[in-house]
Each structure stands twice: as structure tokens, then as C-alpha cells.
Design a protein around this ligand. Structure first.
Ligand SMILES: [Zn+2]
Ligand SMILES: [Zn+2]
Length: 201
């Protein structure tokens, strides 16, 4: 069984839904993540609703290729986990590559096939949709493009739980940059309220 995330058209930039792009919903006192290498404000990529938590993913795009933004621990990206209550649209920094140019709603499609690539092909064939309209995988297991890089939790050091795999997007003009045809991988450790992100291509 695979739960695919599929392109569901535009949604409001501050909607409390699973989406790519738009503005992150964050708790009071939130400070927008900055890159450890270039110190610029990171780009908000995606918001994923998990049970009672919200996962927000950021990555530096101020100097693409120069900030180790693929790495879960180098400070070139940031994944944050918030309790779902009391969130509000974060103030967006004035400078830096902070927002994607399109907000994409995400729908879920369950396919009776464990392999991600096969599930994707099957869904596209069944629904006559383009492969680019599959925006990733929700839960299950990561479909690694390279080797397994499941990160340890920065707090408790246990392997983190896989949350979602993200494709770059349905339109290359507004897509996320995972090296060109890459995938992003988001992980959480719910007890520690911790999250991590990396990408491979
Ligand atoms: Zn940077
Ligand atoms: Zn932990």
C-alpha cells in the first residue's frame, strides 16, 4: 500500500492544509529559519499535516548549491514540528529567497502497491494524469534515490520516523530545487517534537 500525494490545484497561501508553497503557519514567537552557511532567510517549501502536528520544511535557496541544503545536519535546511493548535501565518522576512512562486494543494491517493514507482505509474495510468502530478509519498517507507540516509534524532539519537517524500513539483517553473529531478525526505521524532529534512538526486 502506498499513499501518494497528488497535485490538487491552488489553495490559499495560509491554509491549514497539506501543501507546497505559501506561508508557513507557526506558533507565536516563531523566528524564520536562517541558513548556517550564508545567513540568509530560508525558503519555505512545504507544510504537512500529521495527526495533531504540523511539519514545516525550509531550505536555503539564496546561493543554490553552496549551502549544503541537501544535508539534514549542516544547517542549510530546517524541518520543524509544531502542535497543531494556535498557529498563524508567519511574518515573511523582507530579504532572501523565502517563498515559492506557486501554492499547491495536496490530495492523497491510496494505491494497493508497496513500491513507490509502481504505485505512481499505476495511479497515472488509472487516472490519466501526468507523472509530474504525483508530488510525493505520505508515510510508509522512503523510496531512496541513493542509499538509506535515515537521520538520527538530534535530541534522542534514535532513528527518526519517515513522514513524507517530496517530488520537486508539477511545474518546473515553480518547483522546489532538489538538484534537478531529486526527491526530498522529511522525518520526525514526535516524542522530541523534532524533525529533519534531506534531499537526494
Ligand atoms: Zn544559504
Ligand atoms: Zn527524538
Amino acid at each position: 500500500m502506498t499513499t501518494l500525494m497528488t497535485y490538487a490545484g491552488p489553495v490559499d497561501a495560509a491554509a491549514l492544509v497539506t501543501r507546497t508553497g505559501g506561508v508557513p503557519l507557526t506558533p507565536a514567537g516563531f523566528s524564520w529559519p536562517r541558513c548556517a552557511t550564508c545567513a540568509g532567510a530560508m525558503q519555505f517549501l512545504a507544510q504537512l499535516l500529521l495527526d495533531d502536528l504540523v511539519l514545516a520544511v525550509f531550505m536555503c535557496q539564496n546561493d543554490p548549491g553552496m549551502c549544503d541544503d541537501w544535508d539534514p545536519a549542516s544547517g542549510g535546511n530546517r524541518a520543524l514540528l509544531f502542535p497543531r493548535g494556535g498557529l498563524a501565518a508567519a511574518p515573511v522576512p523582507d530579504r532572501g529567497a523565502t517563498l515559492l512562486s506557486e501554492v499547491c494543494g495536496i490530495a492523497y491517493a491510496t494505491v494497493d502497491e508497496a513500491d513507490y514507482d509502481k504505485a505512481r505509474d499505476q495511479w497515472c495510468a488509472t487516472h490519466d494524469r501526468d507523472v509530474l502530478e504525483v508530488l510525493g509519498r505520505f508515510g510508509g517507507a522512503p523510496s531512496w534515490l541513493q542509499g538509506d540516509e535515515t537521520p538520527p534524532c538530534p535530541s534522542c539519537a534514535r532513528p527518526m520516523a519517515f513522514a513524507a517524500q517530496l517530488e520537486e513539483g508539477h511545474d518546473h517553473r515553480t518547483a522546489m530545487n532538489f538538484g534537478g529531478g531529486g526527491c526530498g525526505y522529511a522525518f520526525t521524532c514526535a516524542p522530541c517534537l523534532a524533525a529533519a529534512f534531506l534531499w537526494q538526486c
